[in-house]
Design a protein around this ligand. Structure first.
Ligand SMILES: [Zn+2]
Length: 477
């Protein structure tokens, strides 16, 4: 009994302590996320439609449709490099497919885009033994002279190491960067600036260790740019295996001679951003953008980068149209062109529509892979974040409730999110994204049909809710 009384008092004490703590927690949460009851209720009212959209993709009429559409697309066109006729044909195809799905409001806007054509290219180790070095020229690289360049190579692990060398040790050589992969954001500088840094020391060419965490002897391309007033030298990516081999050979004191041959050309062509609108019912001037880029590098078939992102953004229109769901605000799908050569399509759109940014309520892009959806990469105001968190609660049945507030949601929408316009990218289980990125490995086999259904369902339902809720996602505070 006494024991029980003690227990009761203890239990009561714990209860009081707990109550105080939970009040504090609630207060803290309220302070952090002071959403009005109206807003919470309004968002909660979308539970049913969220589940309906998920079911429509996962076990309804659209099951498998995203993968099927993507596979037909990439099997027909393969990769879609900026400036190519093939990219333009693939854009025409998407317009036709959109109309076939009874969506009439599809149009394009022209953009001048770069046409960087790699042409014939190779790298050959000539000394201390002859070996082909699988390579991919980097975007905007200049060509070598017609006969190629034959030069001694010097291998470095970092820019700091390169800078510490006397110019005479680098001059007239090919600089090979055997940099370690830390993460994409950190390591990509060797791809972006490797040529210019080598040229400043008098090098005649540069080769970088491909920017990827994983290699099966695969080179990975990507864009680079030359600094002003620095000699433009040819630059390409080689495999991890070969960059490491060249480093070991140098460590053993071997003389390394490499031949580089590249014949890239650069010109300009006309391409198009593709825009599909579901006009809003009561606030049609307000716009929610949902997007991905239709162009790709000229290797693999661009199923992952960014076929998946483009197709889930396209499927949002198909699904809402079929389900007869029309949000209050205009939901605009954009398939950007020429993202890979420097966000050319989105920059042109930004310029052309600069007077309409006031009406942009929320901007979305999926360009970081379409693997298992986890939630949203969010950028924007604190109050907006509270609303997004509340919306994400509706996706607990597919475990896509996470919010990540670090990093940019998407490259093409960066011009807006950096300006404080709230936006989101697909947060997904993308741990293998850079295994395939910009390589021959970016093929349809990377994509999974069931996962695409889940991601398309999430992307559709999320964009619908944001376009339909009573209050705008606020830009501040
Ligand atoms: Zn991309």
């Amino acid at each position: 009994m006494a024991k029980n009384i003690t227990y009761s008092i203890l239990a009561c004490f714990i209860f009081i302590i707990n109550s105080i703590t939970s009040v504090q927690i609630v207060e803290k949460r309220e302070l952090e996320c002071a959403l009005s009851e109206n807003v919470r209720e309004n968002i909660a009212n979308y539970a049913q439609v969220t589940n309906d959209i998920i079911d429509y993709f996962v076990k309804g009429p659209l099951k498998g449709k995203t993968w099927n559409s993507l596979s037909e697309f990439v099997d027909t066109f393969g990769n879609r490099l900026s400036g190519t006729k093939n990219l333009e044909n693939s854009i025409d195809y998407m317009i036709e497919k959109t109309r076939e799905n009874n969506i009439k409001n599809v149009y394009t806007e022209e953009v001048e885009v770069p046409y960087w054509l790699r042409g014939e290219e190779y790298a050959l180790l000539m000394k201390p033994r002859v070996k082909n070095l699988p390579m991919l020229g980097l975007g905007y690289s200049v060509a070598t002279p017609p006969d190629g360049i034959i030069a001694n190579a010097i291998v470095v692990k970092s820019f700091d190491e390169l800078k510490s060398l006397p110019d005479a040790e680098v001059a007239n050589k090919i600089v090979v960067y055997d940099e370690a992969y830390v993460n994409y954001g950190v390591t990509v500088k060797y791809r972006s600036k490797g040529a210019s840094e080598a040229a400043k020391k008098g090098a005649v060419g540069a080769l970088i260790r491909s920017v990827t965490p994983f290699s099966m002897n695969t080179p990975h391309t990507g864009m680079q740019s030359y600094d002003a007033n620095v000699t433009k030298i040819p630059v390409a990516a080689i495999t991890h295996e070969d960059a490491d081999l060249l480093w070991r050979l140098q460590e053993r004191g071997k003389e390394i001679v490499i031949k580089m041959k590249m014949s890239a050309t650069l010109s300009t062509k006309t391409s198009r951003n593709t825009i599909i609108d579901t006009e809003g019912t009561t606030k049609k001037d307000k716009v929610v953008i949902v997007s991905g880029h239709i162009d790709s590098w000229d290797v693999g078939d661009g199923s992952m980068d960014d076929g998946g992102g483009a197709f889930i953004s396209w499927m949002a229109q198909i699904a809402l149209n079929q389900m007869n769901l029309r949000p209050k605000r205009t939901l605009r799908t954009i398939l950007w062109t020429a993202e890979e050569l420097g966000l050319v399509g989105s920059r042109e759109y930004g310029k052309r529509h600069r007077n309409e940014t006031e009406n942009l309520n929320f901007v979305m892009e999926s360009d970081g892979g379409v693997f298992q959806p986890l939630g949203l990469i969010y950028s924007g105001s604190k109050t907006g974040e509270c609303m997004i968190k509340e919306i994400l609660k509706l996706f607990s049945s597919i475990n896509a409730t996470q919010i990540q507030t670090q990093g940019e949601p998407g490259p093409d929408i960066g011009m807006w999110t950096r300006d404080g316009i709230p936006g989101g990218g697909l947060l997904n289980e993308a741990s293998k994204y850079f295994w395939y990125h910009h390589s021959e490995g970016d093929r349809l086999n990377v994509m999974d049909s069931d996962v695409l259904d889940l991601a398309a369902a999430f992307w559709t339902a999320f964009s619908y809710i944001v376009a339909d809720i009573d209050s705008d996602i606020p830009r501040s505070p």
